[in-house]
Design a protein around this ligand. Structure first.
Ligand code: 13P
Length: 262
């Protein structure tokens, strides 16, 4: 069972999916399903919506008093300025969004996100009282070359630069092996746990990582989540494909309920 000091977290990452109408329909359906669960039995639940749907999703969740947190999928680290197309921490806070995914592998791969920008964005999130979900993970070629641990160590240590250890409890890390994302090839639970424990060890080398949540992401589905959540150092899941339908996302939430109340 996951550690009692750390609340289980089930986070959906919608990526570049859902119009505002589709997002509304999801919130509506999820609200219906979640009614059956007492609030104190729920894990923490997050949905990371695309920018265009963020405001309306945040508002719908507020109106329905749904215990779900709205997150952004990325942001700029700077306050404001001539950065065409970017969204600042201040803009997210303005619409009530206080959680942000940072350094997702798709952003590292396609949009030039680097360890340095991940660090700047993580610092910016903390400075603005936001919760960063910092993603790390190795490529298939790196795993095959037995570089997994070295890659994770570099990504985590770079992300943590200049971050006060007093803030470690506010951070969330997500271990997402790139070869497991969207492929249906989930990382074996013991191995996912080993890497999540490595992330915690790296935190513990600089401060106290016992309160930091470390999620696993990569082909998490209703039929494999129980085994993942059964591991000692996996505190939840960051989910792409299976978060797009309210029905399958709710099944993941239910797995979190089972762990939360165990
Ligand atoms: P899948 O669950 O579709 O593999 O995506 C994982 C992911 O990238 C979540 O951020």
């Amino acid at each position: 069972m996951a550690n009692a000091k750390r609340q289980i977290l089930i986070a959906g990452n919608w990526k570049m999916y859902k119009t505002t109408a589709e997002a509304q329909a999801f919130v509506e359906a999820l609200a219906q399903s979640m009614q059956s669960v007492p609030q104190n039995a729920l894990p923490q639940v997050i949905v990371a919506a695309p920018f265009t749907a963020l405001s309306s999703v945040a508002q719908a969740i507020k109106d329905k008093k749904l215990p779900v947190i709205t997150a952004a999928q990325t942001m700029e680290s700077k306050e404001e300025g001539a950065y065409t197309g970017e969204i600042s921490p201040k803009m997210l806070l303005d619409i009530g969004v206080k959680t942000v995914v940072i350094g997702h592998s798709e952003r590292r791969q396609y949009y030039n996100e680097t360890d340095t920008s991940v660090n700047a964005k993580t610092l910016a999130a903390l400075k603005h009282g936001m919760t960063p979900i910092v993603c790390v993970g190795e490529l298939l070629s790196e795993r095959e070359a037995k570089q997994t641990d070295a890659v994770i160590e570099r990504q985590v240590n770079e992300a943590l630069k200049e971050i006060s250890s007093a803030d470690y409890a506010k951070l969330v890390f997500a271990y997402e092996p790139v070869w497991a994302i969207g492929t249906g090839k989930v990382c074996e639970s013991p191995e996912a746990n080993r890497v999540c424990a490595l992330i915690r060890t790296l935190l513990n080398q600089k401060g106290d990582g016992e309160r930091t949540r470390v999620l696993y992401g990569g082909s998490v589905k209703p039929d494999n989540i129980d085994e993942l959540l059964g591991q000692s150092d996996i505190d939840g899941a960051l989910v792409g494909g299976a978060s797009l339908e309210a029905e399958s996302f709710f099944k993941l939430v239910e797995a979190g309920v089972a762990k939360t109340t165990a």
